[in-house]
Design a protein around this ligand. Structure first.
Ligand code: F6P
Length: 549
């Protein structure tokens, strides 16, 4: 039976009426009227604290949002995902990234078969391999230990491992340097090959399909580079593969014994927990990688069992729906106040926008509501010196997710207190703003004339009432990073369930790939002007001329 339209849900109507008054609330007033507001609108799980009190909501808002979640069958949809139902309806697949981090004591029967033994068999293979490389037992062509790991992959086969290896940089083996090549632009691979020694470099060709154009081109070039310096017999010591496509891996020339498989029920943007996480396991060691999995599993258990009212992914997801579908916000800014999370916004861009950037419901009907906002961001405090002007004084309300660790992984004195002070100050500034009386008093205190004050005042008023979440962890470690990633995975699931979309396919990437295959031969061969518009033809002609100089 077709799911009713989101806008026909009783709770949606109630929220629309509620919004008519809520839109006028000032958070300053909400805080002054509720001294225990933080206690009421914060929750903890899996080593994370979510402070969602600096949002434009009250108890009634949250009750109505949870009512909407129940009306949309969120709990049933969640259970269907965890149990391996084929919820990815356009590809007839399960979405079982949660199975990848289940403990060895667990079982998960899907289509009559327990899927966990093969998950743990791959983990055993990863453990044996990573221990050989890290111990120095795995030797390269000239009998030396590996010093550099080059992961060649793109999208989910790059963003997750690259983000996690940076995030857990302090845990990296001292002999290993991690490199990530993703772009088909040769400058990416060239920059890495110019830095590494083939005799001590291990290449990981990471591709779920083992057909992605960028990855296969980079892999071929890396192999040619290696073979220009070493014999083919040494290739297996320097190339391994992570894929679901055994035949393509074998054709590439990688020994299937050096292949780490995963399954079609692991979405690319949900695959860091699988063998795609091999670079991370190499960098931090298998025990720490197991802690990473454990942190995600802890968040899974929280998501599965906590009542909606205390459920961190549900709260974050529903607040996002409140802003997107009632306030009409169009983007979400991610502000990690931790330099080692500098790739986290980019990671979330794929996780959120490739999952929920859709205009059609799972049953194929075009949606009448807005879905995933644009997700973007950068680390703090840098963002304060780049785009926070717009966040504070621009014409759009853009919710912000602040993320910080209370303890640093360095011993440089004073830095961390300045960082945390800025993080907390920014969310306070967004919330309270600075009104005209406060601005006037400030300018008078600077002894400006009345004329100068009146000229400057409008430019220095901060409207405030701009919402944010703050996520805190004790320190950025394998378990807390795992929990943080799983938190966002489940938040994305919650929003997809509310909007009624399939969060696990990605047909939007297909058209560009096909058109690129058409254009590529025209850049080196005969143009086909009848196949394109005047712009594309002109661009092809100009590139063709330049490339033939
Ligand atoms: O962007 C499309 C996509 O299929 C992603 O979903 C995926 O993570 C990426 O390309 C790479 O795919 P593969 O791992 O198969 O090379």
């Amino acid at each position: 039976m077709r799911e009713i339209n989101l806008t026909d849900a009783a709770a949606f109507h109630a929220l629309s009426s509620h919004y008519a008054e809520a839109k006028n609330w000032q958070m300053r007033t909400l805080f002054s009227g509720q001294p225990d507001r933080f206690d009421r609108f914060s929750t903890e799980a899996a080593g994370l604290l979510l402070d969602y009190s600096k949002n434009r909501l009250n108890d009634t808002t949250m009750q109505l949002l949870f009512q909407l979640a129940r009306e949309r069958g969120l709990e049933q949809k969640r259970d269907a995902m965890f149990s391996g139902e084929r919820i990815n309806v356009t590809e007839h697949r399960s979405a079982l990234h949660t199975a990848l981090r289940m403990p060895r004591s667990a079982t998960l029967v899907v289509d009559g078969q327990d899927v966990l033994p093969e998950v743990h068999a791959v983990l055993d293979h990863m453990q044996a391999f990573t221990e050989r490389v890290r111990s120095g037992a795995w030797l390269g062509a000239t009998g030396r230990a590996i010093t550099d790991i080059v992961n060649i992959g793109i999208g989910g086969s790059d963003l997750g491992p690259a983000m996690a290896c940076r995030a857990l940089r302090p845990f990296t083996h001292p002999r290993l340097t991690m490199h990530f090549v993703s772009n088909v632009d040769g400058h990416d691979l060239d920059a890495v090959l110019s830095k590494v020694n083939p005799a001590t470099t291990l290449f990981i060709i990471a591709s779920k399909t083992f057909t992605t154009r960028e990855t296969m081109m980079n892999a071929q070039s890396a192999r040619e580079w290696f073979l220009s310096r070493h014999v083919a017999a040494d290739l297996p010591k320097h190339f391994v593969a992570v894929s679901t496509n055994v035949e393509a891996v074998r054709e590439f020339g990688i020994d299937p014994d050096n292949m780490f498989p995963f399954w079609d029920w692991v979405g690319g943007r949900y695959s860091i927990w699988s063998a795609i996480g091999l670079p991370l396991a190499l960098a931090i060691g298998f025990d720490a990688f197991s802690e990473f999995l454990g942190g995600a599993h802890a968040m899974d258990q929280h998501f599965r069992t906590a009542p909606l009212e205390r459920n961190m992914p549900v709260i974050m997801g529903m607040i996002g729906v409140w802003y997107r579908n009632f306030f009409g916000t169009t983007s979400l800014s991610i502000a990690p106040y931790h330099q080692d999370l500098n790739r986290f916004p980019a990671y979330l861009q794929q996780l959120e926008m490739e999952s929920n950037g859709k205009r059609v419901a799972a049953d194929g009907v075009t949606l009448s509501v807005q879905t995933c906002p644009v997700v973007w961001g950068d680390v703090g405090t840098n963002g304060q010196h780049a785009y926070f002007q717009l966040l504070h004084l621009g014409t759009d309300i853009i919710p912000v997710d602040f993320i910080a660790a209370l303890k640093p992984m360095h011993d440089l004195s004073g830095h961390h207190t300045v960082l945390l002070a800025n993080c907390f100050a920014q969310s306070e500034a967004f919330m309270r703003g600075k009104n005209t009386e406060e601005v006037r008093a400030d300018l008078r205190a600077q002894h400006l004339s009345d004329k100068e004050i009146e000229a400057l005042r409008p430019h220095k008023i901060f409207p405030g009432n701009r919402p944010s979440n703050t996520i805190l962890m004790d320190e950025l470690a394998p378990a807390t990073l795992g929990a943080l990633i799983a938190l966002y995975e489940h938040k994305v699931f919650v929003q997809g369930a509310i909007w009624g979309i399939n969060s696990f396919d990605q047909w939007g990437v297909e058209l560009g790939k096909v058109l690129a295959k058409n254009i590529e031969p025209e850049l080196t061969g005969t143009p086909r002007p009848d196949a394109h518009d005047s712009s594309t033809n002109a661009l092809i002609a100009r590139a063709k001329a330049a490339l033939s100089e």
